[in-house]
Design a protein around this ligand. Sequence first.
Ligand SMILES: C[S@@+](CC[C@H](N)C(=O)[O-])C[C@H]1O[C@@H](n2cnc3c(N)ncnc32)[C@H](O)[C@@H]1O
Length: 212
Amino acid sequence: MYVFDPTIDEYSARYSSAEPEVLAELSRITHLRTLQPRMLSGQVQGRFLGMMAGLMNAGRILEIGTFTGYSAIALAQGMPDGGKLISIDINDEVMPIAREAIAKAGLQERIELITGDAAHIMPTLEGPFDLIFIDADKRNYARYYQLALPLLRKGGLILADNVLWSGRVFDPQIRDADTEALRSFSELVQHDERVDNVLLTLRDGLLMIVKR
Ligand SMILES: C[S@@+](CC[C@H](N)C(=O)[O-])C[C@H]1O[C@@H](n2cnc3c(N)ncnc32)[C@H](O)[C@@H]1O
């Protein structure tokens, strides 16, 4: 199953706003200094995230899965003045890259990074948040979702990345733990009466979930 079509990706990138230089540079650094640079959101999804933060006038954002800080910066750039974004990552090796990029973007006041396991940190946070971006280990998506909902304001938005998992979710022969976790996460959301949801076929699949 082919989800990423380079022709479509190129076309949508051409007709989406350009990547700010600080993010283009972060993308280059991530390719040079990390083993899985593909994990970063990239231009089109980054522009989408920033646009959502702006449209929602999101004063408080929570991100699960910082990696090198690309999506944190893209989201924070769309936030109104005085906005605050908290981003959590378990891997302390990527945090220095994120910190450096956040400083270059002049967003140190707006973005707070927390190193640790999101499943342990989320219950210690105080809501409400306007937007929560879930982009960490796939096996815990359902757990992060259940922890995120009480932290989200009514009408707030959860965005969960990679729900198409490069098309693996469509193939009944594929039954590895990550694929199964993503399937049951989408099922869980689909049957949850607390929310409305739309699965966008943007990049690797982005599940948009609005709290009723
Ligand atoms: C797909 S990357 C995030 C990409 C980033 N949001 C972006 O768009 O640039 C997933 C990140 O989740 C982090 N992660 C994995 N398990 C985690 C956990 N239990 N708690 C917090 N972060 C975790 C990984 O270390 C990795 O950096």
